[in-house]
Design a protein around this ligand. Structure first.
Ligand code: AHM
Ligand code: MG
Length: 356
């Protein structure tokens, strides 16, 4: 019989709480609820092909994309897990236009939950990995109910973030600012077990991830940087392999384990979308926090994503995330070759307009 200790995610979260003597346990319970929601979503994803859950429904989400049924299921599951617990003062989801209030009949608490319930949802119909991304801020405003001010906080103020990747197995990865830990779902036990203790980006990176089909919109700096990654420009380094799933969580997760960079840059200055596709509040901030905790880095091409001051719920942001040296090199190329792009993007970094 194996004598290796099994550590469930619940136990791990409780152990982490002990390093914060003033903790009340509220936050611990929230993370445990997220793990339970992940198990339920994982179960539905695994059997989606057998039920009528597959396929799109005729509603459009706040970013103008068609919503899939599983998106809605995942969104509802996370909401229901948190609306009545008295732990959150508000929530925000990629699938909702506005802030999600806690129903008036329930108490509110000291935390704000942000989530992308099912990221990469265009991959569902073809049986390719998708994920859930979440992050938690502490309440900032003074009133009882949560406000936009509570949600639109800088990434530097996050108290926790995590993701779930529904792949060949289901994994949940989380940080509370004290390292990054990965748990694999044992389907027979119904438990997430610690399999990846204190995750760090490896020294040697293997992969770069970018949608090559967008090359026509890339800036000169991105073109040259990708040539560098491919070993065509510059000398003395091995070319990296290109891998792109099109599910941010899955691409990020692979690069965390193997070393690499994920990029979704802004378009050329004259193409009108210098901010790219990825959402700051539901995707970029959480992954930036996890990357930093794993020894990596996330940039919008100009600076640290965790330093950006959000201005709207569905704001998009260019993203370069992964092994620190690769991300810093991307910044170098942009600094040197992409002055036009910087000029067109900078107003979006700060403006108050709502970008969808
Ligand atoms: P979604 O949240 O609507 O699923 O969109 C985000 C996804 C990311 O998971 C992925 O990295 C990206 O969109 C892929 O976009 P593209 O198909 O343009 O490469
Ligand atoms: Mg998404």
């Amino acid at each position: 019989m194996s004598t290796k200790r099994l550590i469930t995610i619940e136990r791990h979260i409780q152990e982490q709480q002990k390093s914060h003597p003033s903790a009340t346990g509220t936050f611990t319970s929230m993370l445990q609820d997220m793990a339970l929601a992940a198990k339920i979503i994982s179960r539905e994803i695994n059997r989606a092909g057998l039920t009528d859950l597959l396929g799109a429904v005729d509603t459009i989400n706040s970013s103008g994309e068609r919503q899939q049924k599983l998106d809605m299921f995942a969104d509802e599951m996370i909401y229901q897990m948190n609306d009545h617990t008295g732990r959150v003062c508000a929530m925000a989801s990629e699938e909702h236009d506005d802030l999600i209030d806690v129903p008036v009949e329930y108490d509110t608490g000291n935390y704000v939950l942000l989530y992308d319930p099912l990221d990469g949802s265009s991959n569902i119909d073809v049986n390719v990995s998708v994920g859930t991304i979440f992050s938690i801020h502490r309440k900032f405003s003074r009133g009882e109910r949560g406000t936009l001010e509570d949600v639109l906080q800088r990434g530097k103020r996050l108290v926790a973030a995590g993701y779930v990747v529904y792949g060949s197995s289901t994994m949940m990865v989380y940080t509370t600012g004290n390292g990054v830990y990965g748990f694999t779902l044992d389907m027979a036990l119904g438990e997430f077990l610690l399999t990846h203790d204190n995750l760090r980006f490896p020294e040697i990176a293997q992969y770069y991830s970018i949608n090559q089909g967008n090359e026509k919109y890339w800036t000169p700096g991105i073109r040259r940087y990708v040539k560098w990654l491919q070993g065509i420009e510059g000398e003395g380094h091995k070319p990296l392999a290109h891998r792109y799933i099109g599910s941010l969580v899955a691409d990020f997760h692979r690069n965390l384990l193997k070393g690499g960079i994920f990029m979704y840059p802004g378009d050329l200055a004259d193409k009108g979308k210098p901010y790219g596709k990825i959402r700051l509040m539901y995707e970029a901030q959480a992954l930036a926090f996890i990357a930093e905790q794993a020894g990596g880095y996330a940039s919008d091409g100009i600076g640290d994503i965790l330093d950006l001051r959000p201005h709207s719920l569905h704001q998009r942001v260019p993203i370069f995330v992964g092994s620190r040296d690769l991300v810093e090199r991307a910044e170098d190329y942009i600094r040197k070759y992409d002055l036009d792009w910087q000029e067109s993007y900078k107003p979006y970094r700060t403006q108050d307009a709502i970008l969808k």
